[in-house]
Design a protein around this ligand. Sequence first.
Ligand SMILES: *Cc1c(COP(=O)(O)O)cnc(C)c1O
Length: 232
Amino acid sequence: MMIKENYEKILSKIKESCQRSQRSVDDVLLLAVSKTHSADLINECLSVGVQAYGENKIQEAEQKNPLIHRDGKQFHFIGHLQSNKINKLLALSPDLIHSIDSLSTAEKLNQALIRLDRVQDILIEVNTSGEVSKNGIDPVALDNFVIALSALSHIHIKGLMTIGTLTEDRVEIRRCFRQLRDLFEGIKAKQINHCEMKYLSMGMSGDFDIAIEEGSHIIRVGSLLFGHRDYT
Ligand SMILES: *Cc1c(COP(=O)(O)O)cnc(C)c1O
């Protein structure tokens, strides 16, 4: 029950943000970030209308995915990808990988895709917060990274993802999202082969309203939908 109510609250917030920024609600995908939550809860969430769910740990997704009624719904991988987990991730058939930020990992991913005769949609994760502890490509290195990645035959670049600064400062959060949007538009204008700038993945429970105003197409919402996470 709780999930349905939370979902409806989120939908009305999405609608308000879209109205404020004169965007269509159809251009924003709500990705339910289901890490730490059970397959039952994920199924409940998909049954009330959520179209996509995302996990950040491959082992956790391996355990839960067989129990999920995926029919037509999307599964996204949003965590850091280690090269030794590539085959396990591909076995889960993710519709989108949000978090590519290493050329050597991307090359190994491409090799695995060639062997499977499959292509994979990915986003490039960008570090807009400037925090060294964060994953993601440094914005100054992004152009070269995109060009190198676009040479990989079985990887389809579909856009950019960021986490942004974890702060209460809404001005700083907006700055991160605006920076990602600017980078996105800059790459789009270059018209690089095999590189489509279609999706901006930005915004989480506390800041997706700002992200939508700044042009986000995929908001990644966990706690607002499922409640607080218990890692114990
Ligand atoms: C956990 C997580 C989220 C969701 O965070 P909430 O604040 O619970 O909405 C979004 N994106 C990534 C990459 C995450 O790991």
